[in-house]
Design a protein around this ligand. Structure first.
Ligand SMILES: Nc1ncnc2c1ncn2[C@@H]1O[C@H](COP(=O)(O)OP(=O)(O)OP(=O)(O)O)[C@@H](O)[C@H]1O
Ligand SMILES: [Mg+2]
Length: 350
């Protein structure tokens, strides 16, 4: 009877990667059921979510930069942490409802990944917003630990593993051994900053003001960290900075590499700092195992060779870098008791 009850309850549990750019939700069986942008469209003034509470995720992303004056499309997380508590709660409420698909009688227990560098107050904000959104119990896990478990690194062994997670708002770098970090570095320099660097570059070098979505498209379609294969071009539209009229310009891969270089150097600095913090004995493990990169930033072509050249270590990109962290949260869900030491938790809610 109790086993039946337990499995019934745990089938209801969810893992959540609450990211600056994307939120992913996974069930215990490892099926990712939600992967949508962390964007919410609200009516200005009331902060009420449009479309009767459904103006969240994909729906809201399409509205970024294109909303009428009475509606605002917002990203409630900045630099990996909650910037708008109320909107985050509404977003989580939508995702939890969608994940449960109206089928569950019980509120779920949830494991949520958070950047390792966040403060106690910021952790509490994540717990509170998930509780208010309908979670019965909230566990927090540090993103690098979740990412390493997600990609199947031998984190419980006395062997060093290095993971780099380049998200939208934060880059987390960690060397893990015996189920814990032996060196960790978290910087607020990631995908969003790469987009900002492209905006600055295009403004300074082409007198064209482009929006963040256009910058992201340039990064994803013609961007690279080092030259890889054929160089590409893309025509983009923006506003002329001199006469303020709409205008088009053609960008090439070289433009985007030049734009990204200073920010990529910053990410490399974080990786090198973390390596310097790691105990010397771990060095031989890393020379053998190399670095695994996850997060959407890992999809930038040529990043593996860029990191490999900068560190002198082998570097590989996970096959599915965007889901690595949420896959890791599902592993925690499998055995919350076993993994208790890595989780911080909120109070039980009824
Ligand atoms: N093909 C690509 N090339 C380069 N960058 C990409 C590509 N695809 C996605 N990205 C970038 O990846 C970032 C989103 O990654 P991810 O979903 O891992 O972030 P997140 O988990 O939401 O953020 P964080 O972990 O910082 O809170 C965005 O900045 C996006 O532009
Ligand atoms: Mg992330």
């Amino acid at each position: 009877m109790f086993n039946w009850l337990k499995s019934r309850f745990s089938r209801n549990d969810l893992g959540i990667d609450l990211g600056t750019a994307n939120t992913l939700v996974i069930t215990l069986d490892g099926d990712t059921i939600i992967s949508e942008p962390s964007v919410v469209a609200v009516y200005k003034g009331t902060n009420e979510v449009i479309l009767g509470g459904n103006g969240v995720g994909d729906e809201a992303y399409r509205m970024l930069g294109r909303t009428p004056t009475n509606i605002e499309a917002l990203r409630p997380l900045k630099g990996g942490v909650i910037a708008d508590f109320e909107i985050t709660e509404k977003m989580l409420r939508y995702f939890l409802r969608k994940a449960q698909n109206g089928t569950s009688l019980m509120n779920p227990r949830v494991v949520i990944s958070v950047p390792s560098g966040i403060t106690t107050v910021e952790r509490r904000a994540v717990i509170n917003s998930a509780e208010r959104a309908g979670a019965r119990k909230v566990y927090l896990v540090d993103e690098p630990m979740a990412a390493a478990l997600g990609v199947g690194m031998p984190v419980t062994k006395a062997q060093g593993s290095m993971i780099v997670d380049i998200g939208g708002g934060t880059t987390e770098v960690a060397v893990l051994s015996l189920s814990g970090p032996v060196a960790i570095k978290s910087v607020k320099l990631a995908g969003d900053d790469l987009d900002d660097a492209i905006i600055d570059y295009v403004r300074k070098n082409h007198n064209l003001q482009i929006g963040p979505q256009t910058a992201e498209t340039l990064k994803k379609t013609i961007g690279s960290a080092t030259p890889v294969g054929e160089e590409k071009t893309l025509e983009v539209a923006g506003r002329d900075t001199l006469n303020l009229m709409p205008r088009k310009a053609v960008m090439n891969s070289e433009d985007i590499r030049s734009a990204l270089e200073p920010a990529l150097q910053g990410i490399m600095r974080a990786i090198l700092d973390c390596l310097e913090l790691a105990p010397p004995e771990i060095g031989s493990d890393l020379l053998e195992q190399g670095i695994v990169v996850v997060g959407g930033g890992a999809l930038l072509p040529g990043l593996d060779s860029y990191i490999s050249q900068g560190t002198g270590l082998p570097c590989s990109i996970d096959d599915d870098p965007l889901t690595a962290v949420v896959r890791g949260t599902a592993k925690f869900l499998e055995d919350l008791d076993l993994y208790a030491p890595f989780l911080s938790e909120g109070e039980d809610q009824q």
